[in-house]
Each structure stands twice: as C-alpha cells, then as structure tokens.
Design a protein around this ligand. Structure first.
Ligand SMILES: *[C@@H]1O[C@H](CO)[C@@H](O)[C@H](O)[C@H]1NC(C)=O
Ligand SMILES: *[C@@H]1O[C@H](CO)[C@@H](O)[C@H](O)[C@H]1NC(C)=O
Ligand SMILES: *[C@@H]1O[C@H](CO)[C@@H](O)[C@H](O)[C@H]1NC(C)=O
Ligand SMILES: *[C@@H]1O[C@H](CO)[C@@H](O)[C@H](O)[C@H]1NC(C)=O
Length: 424
C-alpha cells in the first residue's frame, strides 16, 4: 500500500514537473516580447511608438526573421513641441526596421517632408525650455554675419575653465576681423548651491556676455538638451554664420588652425558640411556601469550611424537649423554626439572625414609645440595646463617644429614624438 502510494506520488511529481517545465517554457516565450510592450516608463508617455504599422503587431514579433537588431532606432513625436499636432501625424512615427541605409534614408526623408513642412516655412521658437540667460544680439552687434560660432558645453562650477578658455583658444583676438563668437552652454543646478552658483553665473554673464542658459536640469544625461539649445540659439539668433563648432570646456582647441587651415575664410562657405573625429561602425555599449551605456530599449540597433565625437565637431551654419528641426521628431538619446549623428542620417548627410586623422583627437595628445600647432582638438585639460600650453605654443609659433625636425635629422631614435604622431 505504502509502496503504491509512493509510486503514485512519484508519478504525480513527474507530471507536475513536466507541467511546470511547460509553464516555464510558455512564460519564457512570452517574456521575449512582453516587456517590450509594458513596463518601460517612456512607453507610457508615448504609447504611439508601437501603435501604428503592421510590422509591430505581435505576429511580427513572433516571426523570428524579424530581428530586433535590425531596428535602427525609434522615432516618436516630441511631446513638448506643438501641442496641436494632430494624432494622425503619429502614423508616420514608428520603428524603422531596415538594414539598408538607402531605404532607411528614404524613409526618413519622407518623414521629414511630412512632419516638418509647417516648420520649414515658420519660425523657430526657443524650444521646450525657456532661456534664463540669453545673448540674443551677440551675433548681430557689430557685423553682418560671423565666420565661426563656438558652442562650449560647461557647468556653472567650471568658472576657472571658462576663464582659461576666454584667455586662450576662445579669445576673439584669435581672428579679430572675421567675427568669432564664443558661447558657453549651461543648464540649471538644483538646491542651495545651485542658487549660489546661479548668482555668480549671472554676474559672470554681465561681465563677459558669453553665456546662454536654459531652464533644464544640468546633468550629464541632459547633454543632448544642452547641445540642442546651442543649435537653437544659432538657428534663431545667428542663422548666417559660416561655421559652428561644438566642444567641451576641458578641451584644447587650436582655433587658429581650425579657422585658417581647415575652414579657410577665403573660400566660399561650404554647405551641408559636418566634420570632426569620425566614429564609424561603433556599437552601443550595453554595460550598465558604463558612462556610455545605451539601453536596448532606447537604441535597439547593433550599430550607431557614423557620428563625430562630442569633444569637438564642426559644421556649416546652414546645418544648425536643419539639425534642430530634425531633432524635433527624433526622440532624445542622452549621448549627444550619437544623437546628432542620427539627426544627420535623417537629413541624409554623411560626416566628412577630416583631411587627416590627427586633427580631431578625443583623447589627450602628449604636448609638443609641433604637434599642437598641427592639430585642432586634444582632450582632458586642467585650466592651468591650458594656459601653460597655449602660451608656450604662442611664443614658439614661428619655430614650433624646429626641435622635432632636429630630432629626426639626428636620426638616433626614429621614434621621436613627431614620428609617433605620424605612426599611431
Ligand atoms: C516572416 O517574415 C518574413 C519576412 O518578413 C516572411 O517572408 C515570412 O513569410 C514570415 N513568416 C511567418 C511565419 O509569418
Ligand atoms: C485631427 O484631424 C481630424 C481630421 O483631419 C479632425 O477631425 C480632428 O479634430 C483633428 N484633431 C486635432 C486635435 O486637431
Ligand atoms: C584676448 O587676447 C588679447 C590679445 O592677446 C588680450 O589683450 C586680452 O586680454 C585677451 N582676453 C582675455 C579675456 O584674456
Ligand atoms: C533633464 O532636464 C529635465 C528638465 O529640467 C529634468 O526634468 C530631467 O530630470 C533631466 N534629466 C536628467 C536625466 O537629468
């Protein structure tokens, strides 16, 4: 009797075991796509993302030939832009799932002409966040149109860095006759310290008139908003500038080389021109602890489009308005440079490779007057170092490379620092 009962129990256990396995299997299969439909905070705010288009029905998700990795990126309407946007326009929004760039670009081009028609003829507004500090007349003050606008991302506490930049590569006297505008881009900090910093910042602004600030929280993750504020400013207040550069406050920028050797004022200003340190074929970082972490949900694709490192990129003035407008229908990603790269795909513009690969460096190049007189950006400078190297460079201008050539002529070591620059 006991044996039988045990035997029977064993049978039941086996049955239960099998059933639970099936249950787990069923659960797993569902899990593959269920979290994509629920639980993602931003979907609640933007339910249209998976709303339209047959391709996003659950059937398509079961079809294994439709791979998530093929979804390049998600485009959704900006909730802050145009409250009167008719919901029918949402039909255009959705997930692109094509690997061919041409068809991707076609889709986006079609999208642009539909959704931005009204804006192209209309005027640009300050966007979702009002200006706290603005310099609306900076561009038109004394001249027709400047040659270059420098947009420098910075935070309130980086007073020293701003002062160093004002005295060095951001000093208008680098190209006094051309029209050269320097603007520091800032958001707003919270709390007591934020209030104090705000008062100091306003005093600094009254003194130098080179600060613009909008009412958004100043954080690393809001860098895209900051950059778009700069683009918005140029589009609104300085649309006829020949060129714009966006860079950071811990950079060395050889503005003289940039203006006179790369952009060259004597030439007709280029159009649809975008250059910098071209990052080609980069994959999203899926490591949660990384500064550059990109959640699968935000960017499902397995490769970014070619973008230029945010440490310093340069573009023609006509692009400012185009990029800003493209951004109105592309959901923000916190990685500012990747995001601008996506806007360029939408515009059908490919970044131009710089004339040589040593011009734009997103790392720190070991200093020598020779190297630094032939590059445009180098990354990671304390304000004091910036002052020191800048002054050294200025005082050694005529013979910046003499020592390097002496070393080479000496021939004892083929690995002089100049050689190392040429052979990475
Ligand atoms: C899966 O998708 C492919 C291409 O999208 C299609 O050719 C195929 O018939 C689909 N299979 C099923 C089972 O729906
Ligand atoms: C959207 O368009 C439809 C028809 O074109 C119209 O009936 C509706 O009122 C519009 N909705 C809004 C919010 O403008
Ligand atoms: C900019 O450079 C000029 C000439 O070298 C100098 O007189 C001026 O003080 C500099 N500006 C700042 C803010 O340092
Ligand atoms: C970005 O700024 C907005 C507006 O101030 C704020 O609500 C949001 O929390 C900020 N985001 C991050 C990640 O700091």
């Amino acid at each position: 009797m006991q044996w039988r009962r045990r035997h029977c129990c064993a049978h039941t256990a086996k049955l239960l075991y099998l059933l639970s396995l099936l249950g787990i299997l069923f659960f797993l299969v569902h899990q593959v796509w269920l979290p994509r439909l629920t639980g993602m905070p931003w979907w609640r705010g933007h339910p249209v993302v998976y709303g339209g288009g047959e391709a996003h029905s659950t059937k398509a998700k079961w079809n294994t030939s439709v791979q998530h990795s093929q979804w390049k990126f998600v485009i959704i309407p900006q909730p802050t832009f145009k409250a009167d946007t008719n919901s029918s326009s949402h039909e255009k929004q959705g997930v692109y799932q094509t690997q061919q760039h041409t068809s991707l670009e076609n889709t986006m081009a079609a999208n642009t002409s539909q959704s931005d028609e009204g804006d192209l003829s209309g005027t640009i507004t300050h966007g979702p966040f009002p200006y706290i500090i603005n310099e609306p007349d900076k561009c038109t003050e004394n001249r027709a149109a400047p040659f270059l606008v420098l947009l420098i991302a910075t935070e309130a506490r980086q007073v020293e860095a701003r002062n160093a930049i004002r005295q060095t590569w951001g000093n208008e006297s680098v190209a006094p006759a051309l029209g050269f505008i320097r603007l520091f881009l800032l958001g707003k900090k919270d709390g007591e310290l934020g209030l104090l910093q705000q008062r100091m910042l306003e005093a600094e602004s009254r003194r130098h008139h080179d600060i613009i600030q909008q009412d958004f929280l100043d954080s690393y993750k809001n860098l895209t908003i900051k950059t778009l504020m700069g683009m918005n400013w140029v589009a609104m207040h300085c649309p006829h500038t020949s060129y714009v550069m966006k860079t950071d406050s811990d950079m060395f920028v050889n503005t003289e080389y940039l203006i006179f050797k790369l952009l060259r004022p004597e030439l007709k200003p280029r159009r649809n021109y975008f250059t910098g340190n071209n990052m080609r074929g980069y994959a999203p970082n899926r490591n949660k602890n990384s500064k550059w972490y990109m959640p699968q949900e935000l960017y499902p694709g397995d490769k970014y489009p070619t973008f230029c490192s945010g440490t310093g990129y340069v573009f023609s003035g006509d692009l400012t308005r185009k990029i800003y407008q493209a951004s109105l229908s592309i959901r923000h990603l916190h990685l500012e440079d990747v995001y601008v790269g996506i806007c360029l795909v939408k515009l059908g513009i490919e970044p131009t490779p710089p004339p040589n690969e040593f011009l734009f460096n997103h790392w720190r190049v070991a200093y020598s007057s020779c190297k630094y007189s032939h590059l445009i950006t180098s990354h990671g400078f304390h304000p004091n170092e910036l002052l020191k190297y800048w002054h050294h460079l200025q005082s050694n201008k005529p013979n910046a490379c003499i020592n390097a050539f002496k070393e080479r002529a000496g021939g004892a070591h083929s690995h002089s620092s100049w050689d190392r620059l040429l052979v990475p």
